[in-house]
Design a protein around this ligand. Structure first.
Ligand code: NAP
Length: 488
């Protein structure tokens, strides 16, 4: 089976998942070896899905009360005799204790649900090991990616995919059918050699998030240090003023939008680099370097982290007036004003700046929320490709432009005020503008008709050097253009 087929369910959907699932194959008795957490949840779910369940335990009397009354709890050998499909819900270390059952297990389908404690812990996968212990059985790997909790919570919650692999197509079909009746979506992962990959899946901790999280943390650390120097260390060294109180909220709140804004531009920068590469080489059939490929694949996570930082920035900003320091400074200003007998401190320009700054910020956050929501698989699946690309590409770019306006209105004329250059360091917002402005300028250049046309042709398969352009006068005397292969 090809890699692309793996994501397809083995069986077509016959009705909706959960309550509307197809009825179980008549008279199927399913065996479960083991009486632990997984075995119990599995038995409950199988019973609820209409199967007859027989549980094999080393100590059935003691364990029977833990199972639903509809499930029969008996000794392992008895259970194995009564079912053709047997879920082996015990740990790999204990597989060898099942060797006494070898005779009764002949011809049965064993479903290996086990996981390891470390990635690639053993030379061979648990399922291959089980198959080597019981060569007269057919082993199917599956159900290890769902937890006991998911099994109990039913089809309404948790992960619904069950990855399945086996060297025997018929056994795989039967197990897939059971999974579907239970309300899961079986996903064919091919033959038994995929078992190792399937067993590693539950052990991976957010594999797609590692790079984006490190990127966000790296950016946060850089901007935080930069802001700390400007807002806390500089006043302490130059004026002996203790501004340490600014660290928990003010410094963090000036750092978060920087990270969010730069991360948002990093969602669109790889697209720009990819377009540059395609324009330079005049083809879309040349592979991008690995780092660019990786970057392109992580755009969704980078975008979601950008939204996360923006949302935190919004909450921090709303809380700014709640701080004691803010109240003291406000009262201090009022007292000073009274002493100086100033009637008003209204600065028209500042008022406008702030109104625009906040309004634009709210719009940017709204657009980012829309991007984040539509990137969720359940929402994304309900959109067609045009709608999805319009939101993620066009609205995303608008969000970047509006975020830039938000940043510019925040900075206003500070970049031209020499007092803002603490230790000769420019205001932070000027640094954050670098990448986003590059992306915006590049996007504007790419939208110029001559470049846009060339890029579109490349993306439709045109290649530089493989075709020559010719211009012929038409019968009417007008000129028409066409393309022909240079080889011809
Ligand atoms: P557990 O609670 O420790 O249960 C293991 C069961 O194995 C015991 O209740 C025991 O039942 C049986 N067993 C058979 N021979 C044994 C022996 N020689 N020594 C000890 N126990 C023996 O473990 P579990 O959480 O249910 O996990 C069972 C399997 O499911 C594991 O392979 C695990 O990787 C897999 N799994 C679990 C989860 C989960 O969420 N828990 C998720 C995915 C996969 P008897 O005493 O009745 O024989």
């Amino acid at each position: 089976m090809s890699r692309g087929d793996m994501a397809k369910p083995l069986l077509g959907h016959r009705g909706t998942e959960g309550e509307g699932s197809p009825t179980p194959p008549a008279g199927r008795t399913v065996g479960v070896l083991g009486s632990g957490d997984f075995a119990r949840s599995l038995a409950v779910r199988l019973v609820c899905s209409g199967f007859r369940v027989v549980v094999g335990s080393r100590n059935p009397k003691r364990k029977a009360s833990l199972f639903p009354s509809a499930a029969e709890v008996t000794f392992q050998a008895e259970a194995v005799k009564k079912a053709d499909v047997i879920f082996v819900a015990i740990f790999r270390e204990h597989y060898s204790t099942l060797c006494d059952l070898a005779d009764v297990l002949v011809g049965k389908i064993l479903v290996d649900v086990s996981n390891n404690t470390e990635i690639n812990h053993h030379k061979e996968s648990n399922a291959e090991y089980l198959a080597s212990l019981f060569p007269a059985c057919t082993v199917v790997k599956g159900f290890n990616v769902v937890s006991a909790w998911t099994l109990q919570s039913g089809a309404r919650d948790g992960n619904k995919q069950v990855l399945i692999c086996s060297n025997n197509q018929e056994a795989k079909r039967i197990v897939a059918e059971i999974a579907q009746v239970m309300g899961f979506t079986p996903v064919d992962m091919g033959c038994m050699s995929s078992a190792c990959e399937i067993e590693n899946i539950p052990l991976r901790l957010l594999p797609a998030w590692k790079i984006p999280i490190f990127l966000a943390l790296g950016l946060f650390l850089c901007f935080f240090t930069y802001n700390l120097i400007r807002q806390v260390i500089h006043p302490y060294i130059r004026e002996q003023k203790n501004k340490l109180y600014k660290i928990p909220i003010e410094v963090v709140n000036t750092t978060l939008p920087c990270v969010s804004y730069v991360m948002l531009s990093l969602v669109y920068l790889p697209g720009v680099l990819a377009a540059c590469s395609q324009l330079y080489y005049g083809t879309k059939y040349r592979r991008f370097p690995d780092w660019l490929d990786q970057w392109l694949q992580h755009r969704k996570q980078i975008g979601l982290l950008s939204f996360f930082c923006a949302a935190l920035h919004a909450v921090y900003s709303l809380c700014l007036p709640m701080r004691r320091s803010h109240r003291y400074l406000l009262i201090e200003t009022a007292v000073k004003q009274a002493v100086e007998k100033k009637m008003t401190i209204w600065v028209e320009e500042e008022v406008w700046r702030m109104e625009i700054y906040i309004s634009v910020g709210i719009i940017a956050l709204g657009l980012l929320s829309l991007l984040a929501i539509t990137s969720l698989p359940s929402i994304a699946n309900s959109l067609n490709w045009r709608e999805f690309s319009f939101i993620q590409s066009s609205l995303g770019f608008i969000a970047l432009v509006i975020s830039s306006l938000h940043t510019l209105t925040y900075g206003w004329s500070r970049a031209f005020d020499e007092n803002q250059y603490k230790f000769y360091l420019p205001p932070t917002y000027t640094l954050t503008l670098l990448v986003p402005c590059t992306v915006i300028i590049a996007k504007v250049i790419f939208s110029l008709p001559c470049i846009r046309h060339r890029l579109l042709r490349i993306r439709r398969g045109w290649e530089k050097g493989r075709y020559v352009k010719f211009v012929l006068p038409s019968a009417t005397g007008e000129f028409s253009s066409g393309e022909t292969s240079s080889n011809v």
